[in-house]
Unconditional design. Structure first.
Length: 352
């Protein structure tokens, strides 16, 4: 009886283990990356395949914030091969400067009120440097030290240096004598409100007829195109955008909860500008006009989102300008009254 009882327990345990292993095999999420090493600006495919043992209502794949600061999503396509299988192909662009990892992202399956998470393993990415290796350069053997006899050369060189100093001092004295008297400083020009929207529009109109673009000289064109958006953020959001890298600027704007469409337009223009300026990428003329059109779409969205704030900023500027002008007028009137009082005091002293 004991043998039969043990055999029954063994069969039950074996069945449970078989079902558990089958469940694990049926619930799989895998990632695939076919890369060796990457340079700045290189793109590659990152593939995620998911298999579940039951149907689900929705599946949540990673987004652009899950891959880390060194990777940006250029494109992604989803392929659903059945009720229990799904896959997503990301086209990622690499902007790192050293070996790094694609973060261990998660895939979530939603079935009714239940959510099942599957965590993927991190993927190493190796950086390919363009700097040539000079560590193998061979050094030539040291030559013997030669003794030179001392002569008059140190004194001759010292005399020449003194003559040069004297000549320069004479020229400086003659130049100071011939300099005209300093002219009075010009009066300060009145402050003018700079509308960041109008300024950006003017820059984009000029870039559309840029002679460098017509000659297919793309680097200065993209430099001015990227700086036009950075200048807008400096005036509108008070951030040092011209001194920040593209990644630093995008993270600062994301922290300020900027409009998603404006963020996307900004990312496309700045990434393309960095590719041309730093990765020696040569676009086509049609691509340059396409990026210019993206900047125009950014301007249209900015007028809708930031237009009311620009109008309020202008009203505040005009109000402050009026208050400053009023204070200067009151100061002049006060000085005039004080001068008039001093004149009356001086005119009364002799009569006393």
């Amino acid at each position: 009886m004991k043998i039969i009882r043990y055999m029954r327990r063994f069969l039950i345990l074996t069945g449970v283990l078989f079902l558990w292993v089958s469940s694990l095999k049926a619930q799989e999420v895998q990632n695939f990356v076919h890369i060796d090493s990457l340079r700045v600006g290189d793109t590659f495919n990152y593939i995620i395949t998911a298999h579940e043992n039951k149907s689900y209502d929705n599946i949540l794949f990673p987004d652009s914030t899950d891959f880390g600061k060194d990777f940006t999503i250029q494109d992604r396509k989803r392929y659903k091969t059945g009720p229990y299988a799904d896959s997503l192909v990301y086209k990622l662009q690499f902007f790192g400067l050293q070996d790094t990892l694609i973060a261990p992202v998660q895939v979530k399956f939603i079935a009714g009120s239940d959510t099942i998470s599957r965590r993927l393993l991190p993927v190493p990415v190796y950086f390919k440097s363009e700097v040539k290796d000079t560590t193998r350069a061979e050094f030539k053997p040291l030559k013997p030290i030669y003794d030179f006899s001392r002569g008059l050369w140190p004194y001759i060189i010292g005399l020449i240096i003194l003559l040069i100093i004297g000549y320069l001092a004479y020229r400086y004295y003659q130049k100071k004598k011939m300099e005209p008297e300093e002219e009075p400083e010009p009066e300060p020009q009145p402050e003018v409100f700079i509308d960041p929207l109008d300024e950006l529009e003017s820059t984009l109109v000029h870039l559309r007829n840029d002679p460098d673009l017509q000659k297919r000289i793309f680097k200065p064109f993209y430099s001015r195109l990227g700086d036009s958006l950075r200048q807008y953020y400096e005036r509108m959001n008070q951030v040092p955008a011209l001194e920040m890298t593209s990644g630093e600027l995008l993270r600062a704007l994301r922290a300020d909860s900027l409009d998603r469409e404006m963020m996307e337009y900004t990312r496309k223009v700045l990434n393309q500008a960095d590719m041309v300026k730093f990765a020696k990428f040569t676009p086509t003329l049609d691509k340059a006009y396409e990026d210019l059109e993206t900047a125009s779409l950014f301007l249209e969205r900015a007028r809708h989102v930031d237009g009311p704030q620009v109008k309020r900023n202008k009203e505040v500027f005009e109000q402050r300008k009026l208050e400053k002008k009023q204070k200067e007028l009151e100061k002049r009137q006060k000085e005039a009254q004080e001068n008039e009082t001093d004149d009356l005091t001086r005119s009364e002293e002799p009569s006393r």
